[in-house]
Design a protein around this ligand. Sequence first.
Ligand SMILES: Nc1ncnc2c1ncn2[C@@H]1O[C@H](COP(=O)(O)OP(=O)(O)OP(=O)(O)O)[C@@H](O)[C@H]1O
Ligand SMILES: [Mg+2]
Length: 252
Amino acid sequence: MKIFATYNIKGGVGKTATAVNIGYLAARDGYRTLLWDLDPQGAASFLFRVKPRVKGGGKALIQGRRPLDGAIKGTDFDNLDLLPADFTYRNLDLLLDEAKRPERRLASLLAPLKSDYDLVVLDCPPSISLLSESVLHAADLLLVPLIPTTLSVRTLDQLTDFVGEFNGHRPGVLAFFSMIDRRKRLHTQIAQDLPAQRSDFATSAIPALSVVEQMSVRRAPVAVFAPRSQAAVQYASLWREAREQSGLRAPR
Ligand SMILES: Nc1ncnc2c1ncn2[C@@H]1O[C@H](COP(=O)(O)OP(=O)(O)OP(=O)(O)O)[C@@H](O)[C@H]1O
Ligand SMILES: [Mg+2]
């Protein structure tokens, strides 16, 4: 079982869109996939038409009183399950703070699911917190969406430095440009130059397109309702890169 996490300290950069599309594509390729919507806003749960509710809330999960598999829901898609968001997730930081070794907590909660899933995708809220630290420690690969600006690249360097200081398990980092606006010269320039110069950048990049926004109207991944769009093509390409970089083996 591999764990991917979509992560960026910044909000509104395409984390959820990426988690939903990558999760769907993995499941379509036959990987038994679980998406955990860790954001109390519940956007990923909404997109998969699942009620953002967990019995006993985040507290029962984090304290281990309720095993994760009891809270997992099916989606409309084969091989794809969802661990929904819950509004109490806004307190996950406090709950983690009370736990032993909080930075290892998510990894140990997910460990029993090893034989049930090939891939877990964690969709994180935008922050740098105890929760995100626990996510960074659990993940094998971080998918980091970036708006093409110089400042967002700086944020990526800060993240890479932070992760580089971890003892033991360190997640791989796969950054990619999200919401590239072809009309902006700086966007196209940065999106062209950086992936060629740096090994932590994906060659795939997601254009800013209204089909991605339409996901929230259609409540489905782009590949379902706009399979030929550039967004669908680029998410598929990003999924291939992530699969290869993480060393995820072919599904049984
Ligand atoms: N490539 C894209 N083109 C156009 N719109 C996009 C694209 N990616 C995401 N969006 C839109 O931008 C908004 C934010 O995207 P998303 O929810 O995926 O970001 P996020 O990083 O998860 O945000 P948050 O930090 O609030 O969780 C959404 O309305 C989404 O539909
Ligand atoms: Mg989100």
